[in-house]
Ligand binder design. Structure first.
Ligand code: BES
Ligand code: ZN
Length: 633
């Protein structure tokens, strides 16, 4: 996965400066890795940039394809450049033309070599007379194998009567449904006309009008410039219900009431986020609750976050995911990581804001519980992830795109910001973040730019409690620096103590006040059980607390990982039911992994996967396969 481990990224950056002064021989030993370059695109963005995209697409469920036109409004940066290279993957291109001052001139084009991660470059030769600003009109169709699109038959939807299609473009999949410059470094506005079967509704990461009549032809505008990974579309038997004045939810009618109940706090979250970090720049904020195969908890598509139905626990206990996706409206969508190597500036900062919002909307104890759980996962990640990838801003030029999404960006990034918050005080740090969003709004940010801005505004103050060197230790070094905050929760400490006491027969299950506990405390109890625990005791616990039948997806995930690790075979039927009920990678991939690595059940894991895989998204299936394979090594 990672070709050339390096001790520290800043050593590399320093080496890149030295290189100019080196003789040829010395130069050969230092490679020219450029941390600010996006290694996940073929596009020649130093020569041309896209400013606007106009889509005109037919949604064909029978052929499982999108078909139509993409018009890219482009500007030339390099007067000598005559070829535009776009990113594509599995697209069929029928024609390319250059439109300029009302005339259309056909352009020659060819595909370059395929790459498993990056797809296929589309090279377009511009006609000789092409000026500095022009439109590229591309007629194309997607393939049923498009890595961004999942075409669900009616059986895999809540209603069971209509098909449903949704996209997932992050990180490098937009290119499999639109030919474009697929890099977060470029921002575009967009508009789209989408034709669907008459009874279905299309929604996009754009200005969805809740009152749109269901005509089968829908028009969208996205007037704010966004990076390509935020292009999103879904089509299905979708209906809308309001949550608040500027917020609402789209989903199949069967899930509408449950969604309205679960996500009732969305409007309050939006208002709180604005109060803390400045205006919400996007118009409405709606949710789209998808079928179970959606591979993530949520995806921050602007104006319309895509959400897993596994959050519908009935008690609002999993809505930190909503706070997270909403927070991306600032950290990520407004100020965007320049390349995926800077992903912690999207995900770490978002996790930080998510917790801050949850503290206000709920309470600090609940959030401390969530902090402790993510810290525990982070410590596990730090054991599993090779050192060079433990930096917040790791070297990233040779990693498959789905691999670079570890917990490091999220939890270590959050801890870094909590460390800064504690050092400078909440008030000063809030002022800093608000001005950061204002300064870099609708732009991109590298780790180095962030550090410079931090230095300018906080670190260079007289008597600053944090030095630049300390900040760089977080961004460029493995592990956690000395002085990293350690999340604590009295509730979870007590749950852990009870787990040990019960395992040692010092207390009875009846002595444990599980009825008063949060799901997070139950999760921590399960995770704190000692390695040695009889099957009989596991059975008692399951019977008393109904763990195998839990309706809380995160409790189920935790329990079934333990069931698999400990080979508690009495619950294997329910374990398989869990694997069939959910499609979100986080909820199921580690359960398969635990089964495959318990020393006995690798075959069983493969069999269960074979039975369930038809309902999974290819991204999730990929994670499961990788997990089962890792277990074999
Ligand atoms: N943007 C991510 C999802 C993502 C990351 C998709 C990388 C593709 C590549 C989203 O905001 C996210 O972080 N989702 C988490 C939510 C959780 C941390 C609250 C998820 O899906 O688990
Ligand atoms: Zn996120």
């Amino acid at each position: 996965m990672y070709r050339k481990p390096v001790p520290a990224l800043f050593a590399l950056i320093a080496a890149a400066f030295v290189v100019t002064a080196c003789s040829k021989d010395e130069e050969a030993v230092v490679d020219n890795y450029d941390p600010a370059r996006d290694y996940f695109t073929f596009a020649n963005t130093d020569q041309f940039v896209t400013e606007h995209l106009a889509l005109d697409l037919d949604v064909d469920f029978e052929a499982q394809e999108l078909r139509g036109f993409a018009m890219l409004t482009m500007r030339r940066l390099d007067a000598a450049a005559s070829q535009v290279t776009l990113d594509t993957r599995d697209l069929s291109i029928a024609s390319v033309a250059v439109l300029q001052s009302g005339t259309s001139v056909p352009a020659e084009f060819h595909f370059g070599e395929d790459d498993a991660t990056l797809g296929t470059p589309l090279v377009i030769d511009l006609p000789a007379a092409t000026g500095g600003s022009f439109d590229l009109m591309i007629e194309y169709r997607t393939s049923p194998a498009s890595t961004a699109l999942q075409w669900l038959p009616p059986e895999l939807t809540a209603g069971g009567k209509h098909p449903l299609m949704f996209s997932q473009s992050q990180a490098v999949h937009a290119r499999s449904w639109v030919p474009l410059q697929d890099t977060p470094a470029i921002r575009i506005t967009y508009e789209a006309t989408v034709r669907t079967p008459r009874s279905l509704l299309a929604v996009m990461s754009a200005n969805n009008n809740p009152l749109t009549p269901r005509t089968g032809e829908y028009h969208f505008d996205m007037p704010q410039p966004i990076p390509s990974y935020l292009l999103a579309i879904a089509v299905g038997n979708l209906y809308f219900a309001p949550l608040g004045e500027d917020t609402g939810v789209y989903t199949e009618p069967e899930l509408l009431d449950a969604s309205v109940y679960e996500f009732a706090d969305t409007q309050a979250m939006l208002e709180q986020a604005e109060a803390m970090y400045g205006p919400y720049d996007w118009g409405r904020y709606d949710l789209l609750v998808l079928p179970p195969s959606f591979p993530y908890g949520g995806m921050e598509n602007p104006r319309l976050s895509f959400i897993t139905p596994s959050l519908l626990a009935g008690d609002r206990s999993l809505v930190s995911v909503i706070a997270h996706e909403l927070a991306h409206s600032w950290s990520g969508n407004l100020v965007t990581n320049a390349t995926w190597r800077d992903g912690w500036l999207n995900e770490g900062m978002t996790s930080y804001i998510e917790s801050r919002l949850m503290e206000v909307i709920y309470d600090v104890d609940r959030v401390d519980e969530e902090r402790v759980l993510s810290y525990r996962e982070l410590l596990q990640d730090l054991e599993d992830v090779p050192e060079p990838m433990q930096a917040l801003a790791p070297r990233l030029d040779d990693t498959s795109s789905e691999d670079f999404q570890g917990g490091i960006h999220y939890s270590k990034g959050q801890l870094f910001l909590e460390y800064l918050e504690k050092a400078f005080g909440r008030e000063a740090f809030d002022v800093f973040l608000t001005s950061y969003f204002e300064e870099f709004a609708f732009g991109t940010i590298t780790t180095e730019q962030f550090l410079d801005y931090l230095e300018l505004n906080l670190l260079s103050q007289e008597g600053s409690p944090v030095t630049r060197e300390q900040a760089e230790q977080w961004t460029y070094q493995p592990g956690l620096p000395d002085g990293a905050p350690i999340p604590r929760s009295a509730n979870l400490d007590s749950a852990a103590a009870m787990a040990i006491a019960w395992a040692d027969d010092e207390i009875e299950l009846a002595d444990i006040p599980v009825g008063d506990w949060s799901p997070q405390a139950t999760i921590h109890f399960i995770n704190s059980l000692p390695e040695k625990l009889s099957k009989e005791k596991l059975g008692q616990l399951d019977a008393a607390w109904g763990l195998s039948k839990t309706s809380n997806a995160e409790i189920g995930r935790t329990w079934f990982i333990q069931v698999a690790t400990r080979r508690y075979t009495d619950a294997y039927t329910e374990l398989e039911a869990h694997l069939n009920r959910f499609g979100r990678g986080r909820l199921i991939a580690p359960v398969y992994g635990a089964l495959a690595s318990n020393g006995e059940d690798r075959e069983l894991a493969l069999e269960m996967f074979e039975r369930a895989r038809g309902a999974y998204h290819p991204i999730t299936a990929g994670w499961i396969e990788a997990g089962i394979k890792r277990a074999a090594d």
